[in-house]
Design a protein around this ligand. Structure first.
Ligand code: PMP
Length: 428
């Protein structure tokens, strides 16, 4: 049996940094990444046979836990029928219908294979539909790794962004306006300056890529109002929040608090594929008709709507619609978050935490931060020590302080208790 460090060394010889997605490398927290051999319910097992309570869940998709029997059966049946045809299948219609039933702000969806593809296509669609080039994104929100989205704020108000990655040209970043999250004043100023040139605003309604930061009601209302006033489209990136914070996703949550609220374009991923490569973007028919083959906005994919991925997604969506599913998941997540607050208070550690549905975040900060700058004031060394103490105790949290956490339906009361017990020791 190869150890995690042997596998990491071997991986690093053939894969850059030993990983196929950077956050897996444990660069932020140090140490050796765990090579996962298998998952079962709420647990994952590494190459050395050590068991962990999994609070990453493949970064969101595994809302039922690992190896749910109904999903496994659907996937095996689909695989036996064929892996990919590059032609339409009935299952794609079923999945589209299922998603549209849950998210009434859309009339149609297009299925793709990753969140990156979905947000890239959503931006292109917004630009094509409006005939405008510029768009607004917010610091700390991640929308995948397409060039125009790998951009951070310049200095000063409402300046155009600077690439955050080598290989992204200033040209690719030139139409991206980067603003501070939850800052209504900056948003108003940007619309005053560029309103007629803006194709869209793209935002994570609850930002899971700066741990867990909610859009304030004032911020969400202002985005909606300003987009409508200026003819720009509001794009909600629900790749992480979609069917994870509740059946109707984050937009249903905000629609309850802001009468008449709905986005123009929505982006989904993660949960809708149940762990298989699947994502989607959708809107009202009048916007979606701009897409090829109907309209002039090109978008395509060899594996889009893949028959095995759609089977996995459909089986997952059927399970999460069973009565009481989200009530139970939310209660468990709440129990974890409240428990962590108590444990931190016992130890006099500055701590704040929040959750919605099966998604949570915690901060080694006295109050919930409202934007990326504040999130990043966290004492990194302290976070890293906490992360490793938890990992050693068999609790697998996200290996970076700016990532959200996820609870699955497979997590039981005993898992939550074990987590709180480990946290009590770690925080001490
Ligand atoms: N949008 C959001 C909000 C995400 O969290 C992510 C991935 N974590 C993406 C887009 C990109 O999705 P993918 O990794 O599937 O390309």
């Amino acid at each position: 049996m190869a150890s995690n460090s042997e596998l990491f060394e071997r991986a690093a010889r053939v894969i850059p940094g030993g990983v196929n997605s950077p956050v897996r490398a444990f660069r932020a927290v140090g140490g050796t990444p765990r090579f996962i051999a298998r998952g079962d319910g709420a647990y994952i097992f590494d190459a050395e046979g050590k068991r962990y309570v999994d609070y990453i869940g493949s970064w969101g998709p595994m809302i039922l836990g690992h190896g749910h029997p109904a999903v496994q059966e659907a996937v095996m049946k689909a695989a036996a029928e064929g892996f990919s045809f590059g032609a339409p299948t009935e299952r794609e219609i079923e999945l589209a219908e299922e998603i549209l039933k849950l998210v009434p702000s859309m009339d149609q969806v297009r299925l793709v294979s990753s969140g990156t593809e979905a947000t890239m296509s959503a931006i292109r669609l917004a630009r094509g539909a409006t005939g405008r080039a510029k768009f607004i994104k917010f610091e700390g929100c991640y929308h995948g790794h397409t060039d125009a989205l790998l951009v951070k704020a310049g200095s000063g108000l409402a300046t155009f962004g600077h690439p955050t990655s080598a290989g992204v040209t200033p040209g690719a970043a030139a139409d991206t306006v980067v603003l501070e999250y939850n800052n209504v004043e900056q948003l108003e100023a940007a619309f005053a300056q560029y309103g007629s040139e803006l194709a869209c605003v793209i935002v994570e309604p609850i930002a899971g890529n700066m741990n867990f930061v909610r859009s304030s009601l004032a911020f969400m209302s202002a985005m909606r109002r300003l987009c409508s006033q200026h003819g720009a489209l509001l794009v909600l990136d629900e790749v992480m929040t979609g069917l994870r914070v509740g059946l109707g996703s984050a937009q249903a949550h905000y629609a309850k608090l802001i009468p008449g609220f709905a986005p123009d374009i929505s982006v989904f991923g993660k949960v809708i594929g149940g762990g298989m490569p699947l994502a989607a973007f959708g809107a009202k028919r009048e916007v979606m008709q701009h897409l090829a083959p109907l309209g002039g906005v090109y978008q395509a994919g060899t594996l889009s709507g893949n028959p095995v991925a759609t089977a996995c997604g459909l089986a997952t969506l059927r399970e999460i619609q069973k009565p009481g599913f989200f009530e139970s998941l939310s209660a468990k997540t709440r129990q974890l978050v409240d428990g962590l607050k108590v444990v931190a208070a016992e130890n006099g550690v500055p701590f704040s935490a929040d959750c919605e549905g099966g998604m949570f975040g915690f901060f080694l900060l006295p109050e919930l931060p409202q934007n990326y700058t504040t999130v990043m004031t966290t004492d990194k060394e302290r976070f890293n020590r906490f992360f490793h103490a938890m990992l050693d105790a068999g609790i697998y949290l996200a290996p970076a302080l700016y990532e959200a956490g996820f609870v699955s339906a497979a997590h039981g009361a005993a898992d939550i208790e074990a987590t709180l017990a480990a946290a009590r020791t770690a925080l001490r």
